[in-house]
Design a protein around this ligand. Sequence first.
Ligand code: IPE
Ligand code: IPE
Ligand code: MG
Length: 269
Amino acid sequence: MRQFTLTNTEQTSDDKKKQVLLQKAGEIPMHIAIIMDGNGRWAKSKGSIRIHGHKVGVDSVKDITESCAQLGVKYLTLYAFSTENWGRPSKEIKGLMRLLVSSLRKEARNLNKNNIKLDTIGQMERFPKQCQHELQEAMELTSDNDRLELCLALSYSGRWDITEAVKRIARHVKEGRLDPELINDQMIGDHLSTAEIPDPDLIIRTSGEYRISNFLLWQLAYSELYITKTYWPDFRRDELYEAIQSYQKRDRRFGKIPAQKDEKATSSV
Ligand code: IPE
Ligand code: IPE
Ligand code: MG
């Protein structure tokens, strides 16, 4: 039977071998989150305009999504547009919105055929109606899929997420339904936009900046970080495999000592 792929190319036997080796070498992270940075600089390095970098970046999204699904990653969260990105020139913002709509139109059925569920976190209401509509349609179409959950962080920031969680918890207190003494880190996590998904095991940032830029501030408490100089449009599956190899060599102690490390992080509050 023909295998459906997002990239519309058959998986090569060489790539399949690399994936099997990676799966045998150690644990595949359950949740990978990526700060997809460097589209503008990539375009500039090619003597092109910024939107061209964003367009080629969509090909990276497809390649990384497909290879994550093949490897058995269960959650892939992509930082596609931050709250602060609203401060960019309106021409660039409009170009990004158009690209989001056209990519969703092209890829929603393909995501569905690949058994990938699409989700979003962020202030979707700030997006143009047409973007909201396309996203809603794609999310409905793919809602029963369970191979990989692809979560797009759109108009997202970690501080916004925490602020909204605090507001919701404060309302419970105000209505007399919650004793403030019972608030703990588990409860705060349960009120974040990511309540339904585990914290990221591995966070990748492309384009070489050593910062988090207001991404999943609460959720990254014990994530492993992988930073590469590669610009996002050049970041493809072979480098994803390098990031996972690096992850597999890490000793995740969760604050404990090596002898205890099989006991995962537990709430301390
Ligand atoms: C990341 O690439 C995409 C978004 C933030 C939307 P940039 O557009 O930030 O590219 P650089 O960092 O300017 O090169
Ligand atoms: C981070 O990239 C946001 C996204 C990738 C969506 P930015 O380009 O906005 O981050 P800074 O400005 O370099 O911190
Ligand atoms: Mg940037």
